[in-house]
Design a protein around this ligand. Structure first.
Ligand SMILES: Nc1ncnc2c1ncn2[C@@H]1O[C@H](COP(=O)(O)OP(=O)(O)O)[C@@H](O)[C@H]1O
Ligand SMILES: [Mg+2]
Length: 311
């Protein structure tokens, strides 16, 4: 196990930011922490990195207890914080060199690594620029270069795509995939469910400092019974047909109004089964829209609130 958090409790006065929080991350994972703003994602990351003190529980990195003075463990870790933290008086190149230099003392090796990191995030053209001259997206990319230049085995990304343009966003997500393919274990926090659905092999959904549920995207949907959604417009159903569809075992949720049929299928049902059902009963249908259940549905099912509200 690369990261292990056991029953961690972190309080800010009255507020419980982490409430007996458990986490296990395996080598090679792209592990997603998904939760609304204020759910405790950054607090969890700062606890894993021993950047803050917590009241109870333990954190192990690479199988060893993580403590503020474990520089040997820190050297194996990269951290890309939520707030861009680079030095304004240094250029792009100097910033990356500075952060890399915290771990890599050999000058020639560092030169090579800094160049690699700058190329990796596509900032070569901006090497001599100071951070104020960069757009939000490019600043994020600089922040990432600073966090990864020393080739860490384990990399923490805390909401790296918030407020960036689509091009930088794609660059960041693709870059993270590549880092993982090259062997790094990744921890990724976000409140965007689409990103963890795309990127992460294991996901923990958080709320109010607690880990609500953990699994792959598919497992999470299955475990709370979220099935595919089908919408058919311009449909005219007789009372009898409505009754038949509403009561069918393939159909978990049913809604029919003003000629639009919305159903959520049973978690194990295939859309094809539903089409067969319509055809078997000679129910005509026109244009159909199919949507997989989302992690928002999972969150809604567990908490009764929308993940999406918290943009
Ligand atoms: N330094 C702090 N002092 C007081 N409260 C804090 C501090 N940092 C975070 N919090 C509170 O702890 C909770 C979790 O915050 P955080 O870990 O930043 O959530 P997230 O990263 O998921 O948005 C929030 O309610 C936040 O307001
Ligand atoms: Mg945060």
């Amino acid at each position: 196990m690369i990261v292990e958090m056991k029953q961690v409790v972190k309080r800010y006065n009255e507020l419980v930011a982490l409430d007996h929080f458990d986490l296990e991350i395996q080598k090679g994972d792209v592990y997603g922490l998904l939760g609304p703003n204020g759910s405790g994602k950054s607090t969890a990351i700062h606890s894993m990195l021993a950047l803050l003190k917590f009241e109870k529980g333990e954190v192990n990195l690479f199988g060893e207890p993580m403590k503020p003075n474990r520089y040997d463990l820190k050297a194996r870790v990269g951290f890309v914080p939520q707030e861009v933290s680079v030095a304004d008086e240094l250029t792009v190149g100097e910033n990356v060199d500075y952060f890399c230099g915290l771990y890599i003392k050999d000058k020639n090796e560092r030169k090579r690594l800094v160049q690699e990191a700058i190329d990796f995030v596509g900032l070569e053209k901006f090497r001599k620029f100071r951070p104020q001259k960069l757009s939000g997206g490019l600043k994020r990319r600089l922040n990432i270069a600073c966090g990864i230049a020393h080739k860490p085995e384990l990399i923490f990304f805390d909401e790296p795509t918030v407020a960036v343009d689509p091009q930088s966003r794609n660059n960041i997500l693709e870059g993270i995939k590549r880092l993982n393919e090259e062997g790094a274990t990744i921890i990724y926090t976000t409140h965007y469910m689409e990103e963890v659905e795309q990127l992460c092999n294991t996901i923990t959904i958080m709320d109010k400092g607690r880990a609500l549920i953990t699994g792959s995207n598919e497992e999470l949907k299955k475990s709370v019974g979220i099935g595919d959604k089908v919408r058919i417009q311009d449909m005219s159903l007789s009372a009898e047909e409505q009754e038949l569809l509403r009561g069918n075992r393939l159909v978990q949720q049913y809604d029919y109004k003003e000629g639009t049929l919305d159903v959520m299928l049973d978690k194990d049902a295939k859309v094809l089964h539903f089409l067969n059902l319509l055809e078997d009963h000679d129910i005509g249908y026109g244009e159909m829209f199919i949507e997989s259940g989302s992690l928002n549905d999972v969150f809604l099912e567990i908490t009764g609130r929308e993940l999406r509200d918290h943009v």
